[in-house]
Every structure is written in C-alpha cells, then in structure tokens.
Design a protein around this ligand. Structure first.
Ligand code: PLP
Length: 380
C-alpha cells in the first residue's frame, strides 16, 4: 500500500467542478486584483472566526509580516515567540530588523508555555521589557495555545498579542468562560491558505483577522504599498494582496471546512485509541476539548524517530518531520546568541516528533496499515 502524508487529490475530486466554475468566473470577469471574491472571503472568514474584520493577503508569512509592520516593529525591538514552529514565525521578526525573544514550549502541546513567558518577562530588565513589541504564540498543529494565562501576562505588561494561526483556522478555545475561535483573542490573528492547511488554496494566500478597526485599516493600507488614496503613501508597505483567483477557490472550500475538521478529528481519535500503550510513544495531548482541535497535523513523540520515519517510508507510508531544527539552532539565527540546551522542550520535540498522514479522506484500511506498521516497528 502507498499512503501519502497528505492526499490533495482525494479532497479535490468531489469539488473539482465547483472550483473550475469559480475560476472560470474570475477569468471571464478580468478582475484579477482585489476582485469582489476577495472582500466576500474576508467577510466570510471574519464571520467564521467571530471577528469584525478580515484582510486577505498574499501568504501566511505576509500576514505575519504586515501585522508586525502595522505595529511598527523595527530595529532594537523584541518579539517574544516560540523556538519550535515553521520558519516564517521568527523569520518575519528578523526581516523587520527586530530580534526574536525565544521562550520554550510546553512539552505536551508543543505550544508556547505561558508560565515560561511570564518568567522570561519578569527576568528582563525594565528597559528591555519596554522593547517587547509583541507576543507571537503559534497554535501549532491545529491546537490553541493556552491563551487565558498568556493574555493575562500580556495584558499585565501591556504587550499586544498576535496569534500565528497559520495551522489552526477554526480551532476553538475556552477564553474567559466563553468558547471562541483562535485569531479572535489577541489584537490580530494570521492565517495561511497554503495548500496543505485545513483551508488550503490553489497556491499561496493568507489572511489577517482583527476586531480593531484602526488596526484593520492600517493593515489594509500596508497591503497596497502603504497607499491611501492610491499613489499617496503615508507608510511604506508592500504588495501583500490576495489574488482574486485564490479567494474564489477558497470560497468554494470554506463551506466544507467544518466537515473536514470533523473528519480529521475522527481519524485522530482512531490513531489515539490504536496507538495507545506503545512504550515511549506519545500520541498528541488534547489540552483543549477534542472538538476544538482541528488536527492540521497528527504528531506523535516517538523513540528512535528517524529510524521509524525510514521504516514507514520503506513500507510506502509517507510521514513528515516538523521541525527538525528549532529556531535557536538555525545557522541563520546564530547571531541571536542562543545555544544548544537553551530550550530543552523544543529540542526534544525537534528530535522526536513525527507527523502521520491525516486528512478526512484517509480510510480505516489505510489507518490500520499505518498503525500495524508502527506496532510492528516497536514489537508492540
Ligand atoms: C506556523 C506557521 N506560521 C506561518 C506560516 C507561513 O504561511 P505561508 O506558507 O502561507 O507563508 C506557516 C505555513 O506553513 C506556518 O505553519
């Protein structure tokens, strides 16, 4: 049997005709830049997330970048974030000529540890604390960071929180006694529509969501080179626009999103049940309620991870290693001055985690084959 880590073809087949129709409509309209589908998607995604404003942008990376630009993060500033995420999370900070202030993750959830955040801020001299212009938690693999204590500490120190929700659109969280969607908790949320995300386009795309009108207006202006009106520039922005074609495709997919989340959740539960009891192997901890997790990835913590990865590959099962090198050990960030051993939970995750195939079209037969192969590998 051959099983890919993600099977986009399986998702495509039932919606292919709708996608082609939506694309044809855009092609015929010739409104390729900021056409009506972009604002329709912005309204629908904002409503889905329970926020007032959505601004469609060119990628998840650009969503983060434009938000930091709107906050005027610059030389000498710090942005507190996790060492264990996709490169973009820290990359955008350095592109603004600021410095990532890294704080370790929680070992169970792989998300930024709010207790460690508090300690890190307390340990900073007051002058340095003033330089922290944002806290940037990542809702990794589709599960929310523990936002209640994180928002408490951020509010205490008056630091805006930007949620990197690239992997977690639609994930829920019980915030101050009310169930909300991530992206609506901090000042702004950033999403990616990279094809492998739960809501994936036919190429790159992203969105910023916020309840703050002034902030939304500024992001919208920065998206078009900081111009308002056209050719009059109060700020220096960039070309961060979401293509009309991508918006049209995403509008076709959005109504299916909840069903796709549910499909992933059911498959995660199946893995949980059938992988239980293998010595040393840990299935993903559900720190929120199960229905809040959208399982963009199903990531196990596995002894002899690299050998398991190879073993499964030889059996035709493709798995992925997210992320083999935490930020503080990346060659391009060596000037930040961090060393091996600084963030033990992130280093352990980088060494031991493995993402198994997960998508709502994955069959029980395929899952049984994967589970069988893992049990065989561990003689369990
Ligand atoms: C956590 C995280 N942040 C940011 C990004 C960047 O998104 P994009 O690939 O759309 O630029 C990604 C995407 O892969 C991500 O997983």
């Amino acid at each position: 049997m051959k099983i890919s880590q993600l099977d986009l073809k399986a998702q495509l087949n039932p919606i292919r005709e709708d996608l082609l129709r939506a694309i044809t409509e855009v092609v015929d309209s010739t409104q390729y830049i900021l056409g009506p589908q972009v604002s329709e998607l912005e309204e629908k995604v904002a409503a889905y997330c329970g926020v007032k404003f959505g601004i469609g942008v060119s990628s998840g990376t650009d969503a983060l970048l434009v938000v930091l630009m709107a906050l005027e993060v610059g030389p000498g500033d710090l942005v507190l974030t996790t060492p264990y995420s996709f490169f973009a999370t820290a990359g955008v900070v350095v592109r603004c000529q600021a410095k990532p202030l890294l704080v370790d993750i929680n070992r169970d959830t792989y998300n930024l540890d709010p207790g460690a955040v508090r300690k890190a801020l307390e340990a900073l001299p007051a002058a340095d604390r003033k330089r922290v212009k944002a806290i940037l938690p990542v809702h990794l693999y589709g599960q929310s960071t523990d936002m209640n204590p994180l928002m408490d500490v951020a509010t205490e120190y008056g630091i805006p929180v930007i949620e990197d929700g690239a992997q977690a659109i639609g994930a829920g969280y019980d915030y101050q006694g009310k169930t909300v969607k991530i992206g609506s908790i901090g000042l702004a949320g950033c999403f990616s529509f990279f094809p492998s995300k739960n809501l994936g386009g036919l190429g790159d795309g992203g969105m910023v969501v916020t309840n703050d009108k002034e902030f939304a207006d500024k992001v919208r202006i920065l998206r078009v080179h900081g111009a308002k009106p056209k050719y009059y520039h109060s700020f220096i922005g960039g070309n961060f626009r979401l293509d009309t074609l991508q918006a049209a495709a995403l509008l076709v997919k959005l109504p299916h999103l909840e069903a796709w989340h549910a499909g992933r959740r059911a498959r995660a539960e199946y893995y949980d049940r059938h992988l239980a009891g293998i010595p040393g192997l840990t299935t993903p901890k559900v720190a929120v309620q199960r229905e809040h997790h959208i399982y963009n990835q199903y990531v196990i913590f596995a002894p002899k991870r690299d050998e398991l990865h190879q073993y499964l590959g030889d059996k035709g099962i493709s798995t992925a290693i997210y992320y083999p090198v935490p930020f503080h050990l990346q060659p391009c960030f060596k000037d930040l001055g961090y060393r091996k051993g600084d963030f033990p939970a992130s280093e352990a995750a980088a060494e031991h985690t493995l993402a198994l195939p997960i998508y709502s079209e994955l069959t029980t037969e395929q899952q049984d084959y994967i589970i069988g192969a893992i049990r065989e590998y561990y003689n369990a």
